[in-house]
Design a protein around this ligand. Structure first.
Ligand SMILES: CCC/C=C/C(=O)SCCNC(=O)CCNC(=O)[C@H](O)C(C)(C)COP(=O)([O-])OP(=O)([O-])OC[C@H]1O[C@@H](n2cnc3c(N)ncnc32)[C@H](O)[C@@H]1OP(=O)([O-])[O-]
Ligand SMILES: NC(=O)C1=CN([C@@H]2O[C@H](COP(=O)(O)OP(=O)(O)OC[C@H]3O[C@@H](n4cnc5c(N)ncnc54)[C@H](OP(=O)(O)O)[C@@H]3O)[C@@H](O)[C@H]2O)C=CC1
Length: 308
């Protein structure tokens, strides 16, 4: 069994979900060409889903799509992966993303509002344009996508939505714009979970800790080790993986989560619960992490896996 890696990407898939779980399903993943979104896209494709990835930059989309297609082709699996350029801040582009997807594939089962981000700044120094850019990207973009997915398709056919929050539970110093926007996303998720339950549309969210490394996420801060800095305050003493976010997203989309709506799952190694100033985390060993490569190595020859 090969355990080799290419550009830091695991070459094996070892999803904890059964193959074919999402056969005949159609999903949109915003920001699906990089980082966490790319992990979600790969797992959905591996599980049989047709995926449309959408973000602003055409080159990022085409490079990411090529990498994902090549990766899946190595397993003899054909990726039903499509690319649509869309800035989630632009209402007309969001409307068109949903209508293009429904026209082309005849349906829309899943929406994953992963695309987003922010910049580091003390709140006193944030200009209005910067504040608006971050709030429109993370909160307004999520609202627009949810609304259009619901009105154009899910209202009459059901569906499942997963939104993206962050570790903003105690406020978010130096990312006040994004903390406020994501708190809004968590609240919107609860509201839509209630309003749309009657249409069989479930709306949930995931809240990764500030600890999920990817080259693109780190590049946004010009600091490759920004995520490692968080370890000291994470009870599990390590950063997280994109697969640890993706598996939570896949669970929330799956029939196993049929009675869950309005919920936000934290994926942060306990970071957001560590608040007691009198208790310093001991200098302990990191806990076991889950990634496709590590699971593949551990499981073989059992489990749902494919040699890629
Ligand atoms: C840290 C660990 C946790 C990690 C969590 C993650 O989410 S990891 C995921 C990480 N991945 C991502 O975050 C990816 C996505 N993020 C992004 O694309 C950007 O961060 C964005 C959300 C601001 C959108 O930007 P855009 O393309 O729409 O617009 P634009 O570039 O034209 O800026 C508009 C205005 O914003 C302001 N401003 C912008 N940057 C800075 C700065 N560094 N400094 C100060 N201010 C800044 C500025 O006012 C600017 O206008 P101006 O005054 O110059 O005329
Ligand atoms: N990494 C972490 O530790 C954490 C990440 N998150 C959130 O998870 C999500 C994924 O981040 P991650 O993978 O880490 O980082 P990346 O920087 O790799 O991903 C951000 C993605 O969002 C897309 N995007 C940004 N703005 C827009 C927009 N206006 N319209 C459409 N797409 C957009 C980008 O594509 P493009 O540039 O082509 O538009 C990119 O693919 C983000 O919302 C992030 O804030 C939350 C908590 C922690």
């Amino acid at each position: 069994m090969s355990t080799s890696k290419s550009m830091g990407t695991p070459l094996h898939v070892s999803s904890v979900f059964r193959p074919g779980l999402f056969d005949d399903r159609v999903a949109i993943v915003t920001g699906g060409a990089t980082g966490i979104g790319k992990g979600i896209t790969k797992e959905l494709l591996f599980l049989g889903c047709t995926v449309v990835i959408a973000s602003r930059k055409a080159d990022r989309l085409s490079d990411g799509a090529k990498e994902i297609r090549d990766w899946l082709a190595n397993a003899g699996q054909k990726a039903t992966l499509h690319v649509v350029q869309c800035n989630v801040r632009k209402e007309d582009e969001v409307k068109s993303l949903i209508s293009t997807t429904v026209d082309r594939f005849g349906k829309l089962d899943f929406l994953i509002n992963n695309g987003g981000g922010q910049f580091l700044s003390s709140t006193a120094d944030i200009r209005l344009k910067g504040w608006n850019a971050v709030v429109e990207t993370n909160l307004t973009g999520t609202f627009l996508l949810c609304r259009e997915a619901y009105n154009q398709w899910m209202k009459d056919h059901g569906g499942a939505i997963v939104n993206m929050a962050m570790d903003m539970w105690k406020g978010y110093p130096y990312m006040g714009h994004s903390g406020a926007a994501r708190a809004g996303v968590v609240n919107l998720t609860k509201t839509l979970g209630v309003e749309w339950a009657q249409s069989n549309v479930r709306v949930n969210a995931v809240a990764p800790g500030s600890s999920i490394f990817s080259p693109t996420a780190a590049a946004n801060y010009g600091n490759a080790s920004i995520f490692d800095g968080a370890k000291v305050n994470i009870p599990m003493k390590r950063t997280g993986t994109v697969e640890e976010v993706s598996s939570a997203v896949c669970f929330l989309l799956s029939p196993g989560a049929a009675f869950i709506t309005g919920e936000t799952i934290r994926i942060d190694g306990g970071q957001s619960f560590y608040i007691t100033p009198n208790f310093r985390l001991p200098d302990s060993k990191p806990t076991d992490m889950y990634s496709w490569q590590s699971q593949f190595d551990k499981d073989a020859p059992h489990g749902s896996k494919s040699k890629l």
